[in-house]
Design a protein around this ligand. Structure first.
Ligand SMILES: [Zn+2]
Length: 275
């Protein structure tokens, strides 16, 4: 079945992974800027990173017929460094008119510190200034509930925010309700070992429905699976869900959210393919 993976860190993956994704129906993906596994020492490194996200990766994806889009930011973990944040925030605007940049992300918080929240707010302001979509990371494990609440409250307090233009990702059973109730989009990120499994994602869809909800592989340099969405499709089928509902979650929903950016346009071949 054709699908759009809204969250995939392809800089950490091999070209074989693009091939596997294409073979399993991926027609487009979006790549948020994230933490590299170590704290980067200089803002210059981010210029290289943003260059890669806007030139090399779309070219690599195109070899397999996958359309590559991205989100730019200083990630929540390094956002603790306010000086670095100031430099990276100054750097971002020069990349915003590149054809595959959809918005600002994945921003958010990690340990929910005062500095992280300040950097998060600066990124939100940047997105509003340029009328961009926003993609948000919520923390993992013990910080998830508190972090998600702080993010949602911060956004709701800002009257300029249109919730329908914001994706609050990495939702779990105890946070999905508060995200959807406030009108935001939400994402379930599927991991082979830790965090949300395909089975738990299907449980959440059975409990909360499929409105404003997407699934993604969130594949990166850690244990993760670039073909997590096809595994989710299998689990949905195993539970007896219709292809219509599955297609809505893996293709039509991400299409609806992302198409709010004038830059997100599938090629005619991808759009008309009946895979
Ligand atoms: Zn991520």
């Amino acid at each position: 079945m054709k699908y759009i993976d809204l969250h995939a860190h392809m800089v950490s993956r091999t070209t074989d992974d693009y091939e596997q994704m294409a073979l399993t129906g991926c027609v487009a993906l979006t790549e948020p800027a994230f933490w590299a596994g170590f704290d980067r020492l200089s803002p210059v490194v981010f210029a290289d990173y943003f260059n890669r996200l806007t030139s090399f990766e779309p070219a690599r994806a195109a070899q397999y017929g996958i359309q590559h889009y991205c989100w730019l930011c200083l990630n929540p973990k390094e956002g603790e460094d306010r000086e670095l944040a100031r430099h990276v925030l100054e750097l971002i605007p020069q990349f915003l008119d590149r054809p595959n940049v959809l918005g600002i992300g994945e921003i958010g918080v990690n340990r929910v510190t005062r500095n992280e929240i300040a950097t998060f707010i600066d990124h939100v302001d940047l997105a509003l200034r340029y009328n961009l979509l926003i993609h948000i990371h919520t923390p993992h494990l013990e910080d998830k509930y508190k972090g998600t609440q702080v993010i949602v409250d911060t956004l709701v307090d800002n009257r300029r925010i249109e919730p329908g233009r914001v994706m609050v990702d990495h939702a779990e059973e105890h946070t999905i309700g508060m995200i959807l109730d406030r009108g935001f989009w939400t994402g379930l990120t599927l991991y082979p070992q830790t965090k949300t499994s395909a089975a738990r994602a299907v449980d959440m869809i059975e409990m909360y429905g499929s409105e404003r909800l997407c699934v993604a592989s969130a594949c990166d340099w850690g244990p993760s699976l670039p073909t997590a969405i096809p595994h989710f499709v299998l689990e949905m089928r195993r539970r007896g869900h219709s292809d219509r509902l599955i297609r809505k979650v893996v293709y039509e929903n991400p299409m609806a959210f992302l198409s709010q950016s004038p830059k997100f346009r599938l090629t005619r071949e991808s759009a008309e393919s009946t895979w």
